[in-house]
Design a protein around this ligand. Structure first.
Ligand SMILES: [Fe+2]
Length: 380
């Protein structure tokens, strides 16, 4: 980043302007130095301090000074410092300072005056800033050199800080964006992996019992639509969807002959089938789904009046998601063909859940299901 040593002097006194030039303009000092060396053949006069390498612009009055600032902005060569005489023909030094700061608030300004008529309070009020310096006339060479060095140093420090602050902010912002993107990618990969595992588990069960092929998928679709219809929060709807896809996974432990038996099952065989919610729970309980998928699966054959299995849970003991799944499971099972019976049809399925409305099945869940089929044209 380039160091800015550009100084603007606004003073109507040509003698004062010459003093500034003599103190601050390096070319003149360098020329004198070279002249001295040539004349006396030695390095007398000392080194030209790099700190005095100022680029000086002189203006006779406030308006010319303001024009110089405008041009400096246009040319992208801003001033670091301005020495402004207080009493000048036309607009005075304070009004000039105010207009200059309106154009470029970064410039450090020193007001130079032989008058004692300005008070800090008035100045602060007029300029709405406190960081203004005052220098009494007649000034000394050291005062000008000291102030020029101090104010240019301060200006460059501020600009560097601002530059690095922006640079750092941009870097932090970029890194945060990259991090967010990589987190999104990772969670998307995890989500896809989870979907793949669920699909694989579903296929495993369906390969064992082709008669229920698609049952879990169709239950999941209906249960998800019901949960949405009941305005459950999106994460709970997602829990219902996944629990639906896996709700009969426990049947993987039930012998195929029982699952595909075309006739009536014995009491003992029914007992084996009724173990599937618990077996499914054991399979799912260690998977961290971030919603209670295992518990929903465990409860999907429970009924509000306690007539369900395996634990005979009642009313509030049954999760809302499991109540939804229970109704979706019954409806899908009844509209589909089974090895031991033909499809019973939608009307009979809806009549069955209506019959159990408020007794075995949650009334709101039944209503949502009926609404979906009868009013909202739900179709698998
Ligand atoms: Fe089941």
């Amino acid at each position: 980043m380039e160091t800015n040593n550009r100084i603007l002097v606004i003073d109507d006194d040509l003698g004062v302007q010459s003093s500034y030039r003599e103190i601050l303009q390096p070319e003149m000092n360098a020329a004198l130095f070279d002249q001295g060396r040539e004349l006396f053949g030695c390095s007398g006069g000392g080194q030209i301090s790099p700190d005095l390498n100022y680029e000086l612009t002189l203006a006779d009055n406030g308006e010319s000074g303001i024009d110089a600032v405008k041009m400096s902005i246009r040319d992208n060569l801003p001033f670091a410092v301005a020495f402004i005489d207080l009493k000048m023909p036309g607009i005075n030094g304070l009004a000039t300072a105010k207009r200059i700061w309106q154009l470029d608030a970064r410039i450090n300004i020193a007001i130079v005056t032989a008058l004692n008529c300005i008070t800090p309070e008035n100045t602060v009020k007029l300029l709405e800033r406190q960081d203004i310096l005052f220098l009494n006339k007649p000034f000394t060479r050291d005062e000008i050199r000291y102030l020029a060095q101090f104010m240019t140093y301060h200006y460059n420090l501020e600009q560097r800080e601002a530059f690095w602050r922006v640079h750092l902010e941009q870097k932090v912002e970029k890194r945060a964006l990259e991090l967010k993107q990589s987190q999104q990618n990772a969670s998307e990969r995890l989500r896809r992996a989870m979907e793949g595992v669920i699909k694989a588990m579903t296929l495993m069960l369906e390969s064992k019992n082709p008669y229920t092929a698609g049952h879990q998928h169709r239950v999941s679709v209906l249960a998800t639509a019901m949960a949405t219809e009941m305005q459950l929060k999106p994460d709970r709807v997602e829990g219902v969807r996944i629990a639906g896809l896996l709700h009969d996974i426990g049947k993987i432990s039930v012998p195929s002959e029982i699952l595909s038996w075309p006739g009536k099952l014995s009491k003992a065989e029914m007992q084996i089938i009724k173990q599937h919610p618990e077996l499914g729970y054991d399979i799912l309980k260690t998977i961290d789904f971030s919603f209670p998928v295992a518990e929903i699966e465990y409860q999907h054959h429970e009924r509000l009046d306690g007539s369900g299995y395996p634990r005979g849970l009642k009313e509030a003991e049954i999760l809302p998601e499991a109540r939804i799944l229970a109704v979706a499971d019954v409806v899908e099972a009844m509209v589909s063909r089974r090895p031991y019976r033909a499809a019973l049809g939608l009307d009979m399925a809806l009549a069955e859940i209506d019959n159990g409305r408020g007794v075995r099945f949650d009334a709101d869940v039944v209503d949502a299901c009926v609404r979906l089929f009868k009013e909202k044209g739900f179709q698998w």
